[in-house]
Design a protein around this ligand. Structure first.
Ligand SMILES: [Zn+2]
Length: 87
């Protein structure tokens, strides 16, 4: 396989921690499915199940609207850990 393996195991982290509802204010939950540039990670990389991926997509979009998460990150201002800026 030429595809670079970013994640070793494919399992849904939300199922594992038994999350029923993903709140858009809970950034720790959203963080799992966000890349360092605040993009939503595809399911094939995170290994989320379909149900939780849909939940987290809605939550992330809601969080963007409420300005908890930026829509775009400037290419020149990529920070090591952007989550330390929020809070
Ligand atoms: Zn799941």
């Amino acid at each position: 396989m030429a595809e670079r393996r970013k994640f070793k195991k494919r399992y849904c982290k939300y199922c594992e921690s038994k999350v029923d509802f993903i709140d858009y204010k809970d950034l720790n939950l959203l963080k799992i499915s966000l890349s360092e540039r605040f993009k939503i990670m595809p399911r094939r990389l995170t290994g989320n199940c379909k149900r939780h991926q849909e939940l987290v997509t809605v939550a992330i979009k809601r969080a963007r609207q409420t300005a908890l998460i930026p829509y775009i990150v400037d290419r020149k201002r990529v920070i090591e850990n952007p989550f330390e800026l929020i809070k």
